[in-house]
Design a protein around this ligand. Structure first.
Ligand code: ARG
Length: 566
């Protein structure tokens, strides 16, 4: 709500200058570095520059103007080039707490995305390979962004763009035909197929002709060879079953599973368009589009006529623009594909369309194990499902130590384990590489998901079966710094969510929740909550309840379940 006062000052001052002097000013409203100086500070440099009047005159005029806005302000002063304001903490705090308590999970909702569509492309594992921890980041960041954008009233459409087409299937088929054992594969499809894929690369190092065979096999698939297509379809279904286990565990769903193969019959039209627009050039038998001096050309068709990853993405982006009418499309994909998305955008522009700006590569760093990237090809892949199970088991051990008689132990352990993994990921700005330690991630203390769940559980147990009247509270308590710090954080929930939505960064919400939890735990170490005095008790309960609401809703936005007990 301090945010809303800030916004009001900004808007009203800008209107004031517009009406009085007919100038368009950008008023900045900030918070003073030191709390003694005030809660809100308006620097006047820009106004002085535009109106060319002496600073003291400008400052005193602004001071009078702001006074006339009738805001919940207890004091207003000029300090040098600034107008500093003290908000009426008592009135304001009460209003903030009541708003949170009455809106409950709707608290923090923003109208920012009203009537706007966002298409999200995330998770997108490559079938016939194990779902690796590398895809965890895309899955969790994408899911959280979907929830954050929905909280801002965007309409979302989520797509799991399965990597279900491409030369790697040619490799699979060659490997299967040479070394595959159907009974073994049926017994343990994904592991066997992964082993075959690894074997292909080992053998191809000795015998490069295998690579040509693989390309030929994929060509046959593109020409609709029935035998190969049947095999492909079966592999696809088995892979989806494996991924579904993980999505179920994480409670994640998609609006569409249309992967690369879906665009098989939609590429010719795009290639023709490139041709007609004179963009397609022959290059050693292949077809390419030159994209300028600052990036390499896009390879659209192989010399054998085979399609490429970028060809499929190009067909997909036009299909999606038409079908889902996106205002923005987000591709949650690793840093290593930066060039791919730059090329995709350049292609869109070169073709004469104006929506490249709406295409966002929501990039993220690598998952490292002992400083190295996990890779399926080399066979040292880390399986996400195994990692999740390990976290769940570790969580269960802790719960058994701390709360042996708790009911639904397995369900709670599952949610705590998942929270550990998800939060360890989302608390980092997505662009960074992550080296994470599962033992640390599962701890109930430190900057972890379980720590946030545990803070929520502490508040839930304080409030359990308590009745209180949040209208009958002692407003004067809010002038105390440890009270006001919490109210202020609560009031910043909405702007935090908006920032996360604008920056496509769940870490903004994650860091905010860590601050909130830390401030609450500090408060709780100095202040008894369930006190004798009824009015003070009401105040404390109202504060605790509002924090619990924000914490729960914030965790939900990250894809983490909040708990009553743990
Ligand atoms: N399957 C790809 C991979 O694992 C990611 C696909 C991302 N989405 C896209 N539209 N290119 O590398």
């Amino acid at each position: 709500m301090i945010d809303s006062i800030k916004l009001e000052i900004k808007n009203k001052l800008e209107t004031y200058y517009k009406e009085k002097y007919n100038v368009d000013l950008q008023i900045v409203v900030e918070e003073p570095k030191k709390a003694e100086l005030g809660d809100i500070s308006v620097p006047m440099f820009a106004v002085v520059k535009t109106l060319r009047k002496p600073m003291p005159e400008i400052v005193s005029e602004a001071l009078d103007a702001i006074k006339s806005f009738n805001l919940p302000i207890s004091d207003i002063r000029s300090v040098g080039a600034f107008v500093n304001l003290f908000v009426d903490k008592e009135k304001l705090s009460k209003a903030i707490l009541i708003e949170a308590i009455t809106k409950e999970s709707n608290y923090g909702t923003s109208e920012m995305g009203k009537d706007k569509n966002v298409t999200l492309d995330y998770s997108s594992p490559n079938i016939a390979k194990s779902f690796s921890i590398g895809h965890l980041r895309s899955t969790m960041i994408g899911n959280s962004l979907k929830l954050i954008l929905q909280k801002c009233e965007y309409s979302t459409y989520s797509i799991n763009y399965l990597g279900d087409w491409g030369t790697q299937f040619g490799k699979m088929i060659v490997a299967y035909k040479n070394w595959g054992d159907l009974d073994k594969i049926k017994a343990d499809p994904i592991n066997e197929l992964t082993a075959l894929y690894v074997r292909f690369h080992e053998e191809a190092e000795k015998n490069p002709a295998l690579e040509d065979e693989a390309r030929e096999a994929f060509r046959k698939m593109e020409l609709k060879d029935q035998e190969y297509l049947d095999l492909w379809k079966w592999i696809r279904e088995e892979s989806l079953k494996e991924s579904a286990q993980i999505y179920d565990l994480l409670d994640i769903s998609f609006d569409s599973y249309n992967g690369e193969a879906f665009y098989n019959d939609k590429m010719d039209a795009v290639v023709d368009e490139l041709e007609n627009k004179g963009l397609l050039v022959e290059d050693q038998g292949a077809k390419i589009v030159n994209l300028g001096d600052d990036m390499p050309p896009a390879l659209i068709k192989r010399s054998d006529g085979g399609s490429l990853y970028i060809t499929r993405d190009l067909a997909a982006v036009f299909y999606r623009k038409k079908e889902y009418k996106f205002d923005k499309i987000l591709y949650v994909v690793g840093n290593e594909q930066k060039l791919h998305f730059q090329q995709l955008k350049r292609l869109i522009t070169k073709m004469g369309y104006d929506f490249a700006e709406e295409v966002n590569h929501v990039n993220f760093g690598l998952y490292l194990t002992n400083g190295k990237k996990a890779s399926t090809r080399k066979g040292n892949v880390v399986k996400l499902y195994d990692v999740l199970m390990t976290a769940i088991n570790l969580a269960k051990k802790q719960i058994e130590e701390k709360n042996p008689n708790i009911k639904n132990k397995d369900e709670i352990a599952k949610n705590v384990g998942i929270a550990a993994i998800v939060f360890a990921d989302l608390k980092n700005f997505r662009g960074l590489d992550i080296e994470f330690n599962i033992q640390d991630a599962v701890k109930f203390e430190g900057q972890t998901g379980p720590y946030l769940q545990y803070t929520g559980v502490r508040i839930a147990s304080i409030l359990r079966d308590k009745e209180f009247d949040y209208n009958n509270i002692d407003e004067s308590l809010f002038t105390k710094p440890h009270y006001f710090e919490l109210v202020k954080l609560i009031s910043e929930f909405k702007s935090t969510i908006e920032r996360a939505a604008n920056e496509f960064a769940p870490s903004v919400v994650a860091k905010y929740l860590l601050n909130l939890a830390a401030s609450f735990n500090k408060f709780y170490s100095i202040e008894k909550i369930n006190v004798e005095d009824e009015v003070k008790r009401n105040t404390n309960f109202a504060l605790a309840k509002a924090i619990r609401i924000v914490l729960n809703e914030g965790l939900r936005l990250l894809g983490i379940k909040y708990l009553e007990e743990m």
